[in-house]
Design a protein around this ligand. Structure first.
Ligand SMILES: Nc1ncnc2c1ncn2[C@@H]1O[C@H](COP(=O)(O)OP(=O)(O)OP(=O)(O)O)[C@@H](O)[C@H]1O
Ligand SMILES: [Mg+2]
Length: 393
């Protein structure tokens, strides 16, 4: 049983009332007699404290759901940081402790204390941060072989990849700002993913809507931060998907001031007020008409993503059917013929996927041409029914 010694250094104490105190001089009595010991099974200082990030107790709407914290590879550095702010705190398991320095109010939950009877964080407490393995945001890798058609975009992609490998070869003629445009589901995002997969450089992908801020100035700040980050990691690609959500014509200033400030910030960045060496911006939209004309002008090339041709539709269907859980015996040439105007996404999601779902539900061992024809007919019917009323958009 550990013994606690009351080790206060007291030189004298007094008893009696204020008027007539009796002063006892400690130096004159035998100190041994005053040595009081207390039996205790508590150990004050924690040897090992295990904590886990718990998040912010309150957060702004646009803050990410999870914050993944990485700490220095040198454990002593984190130890010094953590000790500085938490030393002296009395804690118990399941308590929260807060970071006050870098991420004010960010909470950590205490998940382990050793020995279990200890309660105070001391100068020698080893503080161990553990993390749930939060998957780092990744996109599925895509190879150019998985993209049917879109030749113009593939040629440009080649240039982009070559440039990122060897910018000096291009001198002042490097590609810079590229605009992908075309109807929904025609492979714009897919192409950006393929470029990111092949070019081993930093890739910053943002959806237009995520760049709009809550308060005046937020949106512009997000754009500048995005470009600053890319510059730091150059050579890099910035991909802004769904550009029309932020690249609005500036005549909408009075109704969408929040968005227009983003447009203006983007214009400034694309103009390269700062040296943008080694940074390529690719933006995608399916609504070119809404785009600010000045913004549209900043893109050196507008790359069209048209609906696939009959031959391309056939190729796509063949490609998609390569990896299905049920065998297919389908005349894809025939299906391609009856699907003019369908996009790659339509063929993938509304045809191939639904056919597979039907096969699974009906416990089929083979999916046939008839199933596909039936789905095309059904889908065209619903398509007609779901047209927006005229002048709606
Ligand atoms: N050219 C293509 N080759 C192969 N698959 C395609 C092609 N185009 C579209 N697809 C299929 O459609 C899916 C959706 O395509 P994607 O997300 O690239 O469309 P998008 O042009 O970005 O559409 P949106 O304008 O709506 O954002 C892809 O994941 C792929 O399965
Ligand atoms: Mg897209």
């Amino acid at each position: 049983m550990p013994k606690k010694t009351l080790g206060h250094k007291v030189s004298h104490f007094s008893v009696g009332d204020d008027k007539d105190p009796i002063v006892v001089d400690l130096d004159k009595i035998n100190v041994e007699e005053l040595d009081i010991t207390v039996e205790s099974n508590e150990i004050e200082f924690i040897r090992k404290l295990i904590i886990k990030p718990a998040g912010f107790p309150i957060k702004p709407f646009d803050a990410p759901e999870t914050i993944h914290i990485t700490i220095s590879k040198d454990p002593k550095l984190f130890q010094a940081y953590a000790t500085e702010q938490w030393q002296g705190l009395a804690v118990q398991i399941n308590d929260y402790i807060f970071d006050q320095l870098l991420l004010p109010d960010f909470a950590f939950k205490i998940t382990g204390i050793e020995p279990i009877t200890a309660y105070r964080i001391g100068a020698d407490t080893e503080i161990i941060l553990i993390q749930d393995s939060t998957p780092t945001p990744r996109f599925a890798e895509v190879s150019f072989d998985e993209i049917i058609g879109n030749t113009q975009a593939k040629e440009k992609a080649e240039i982009v990849i070559e440039y990122l490998k060897n910018p000096s070869r291009f001198g002042e003629w490097g590609p810079k700002n590229i605009l992908f445009h075309g109807p929904p589901g025609t492979g714009k995002t897919l192409m950006a993913r393929a470029i990111a997969t092949s070019s081993e450089c930093a890739f910053f992908a943002k959806k237009g809507t995520t760049l709009i801020g809550l308060h005046v100035g937020d949106g512009a700040a997000k754009i500048h931060a995005l470009f600053a980050k890319a510059r730091k990691h150059a050579p890099a690609i910035i991909f802004i998907d769904e550009l029309d959500s932020i690249g609005l014509n500036r005549s909408y200033q009075s109704v969408r001031g929040d968005v227009i400030e983003v447009t203006t910030a983007l214009l400034a960045e694309l103009d390269g007020l700062e040296p943008n060496e080694g940074i390529i911006t690719i933006a995608a939209t399916n609504n070119m008409q809404l785009l600010d004309i000045g913004l549209r002008n900043r893109f050196e090339e507008e790359i069209d993503f048209p609906h696939p041709t009959e031959k391309e539709r056939e190729e796509m269907l063949r490609l998609f059917s390569k990896n299905t859980p049920i065998s297919m015996e389908v005349d894809f040439a025939r299906i391609a013929k009856i699907t003019p105007g369908w996009s790659g996404r339509g063929l993938h999601e509304k045809l191939m996927k639904i056919a597979i779902h039907r096969g699974i539900r009906e416990k089929l061992t083979l999916i046939t041409t008839e199933i596909f024809i039936d789905l095309v007919k059904k889908s065209e019917k619903t398509d007609k029914n779901s047209r927006p009323p005229q002048n709606y958009i």
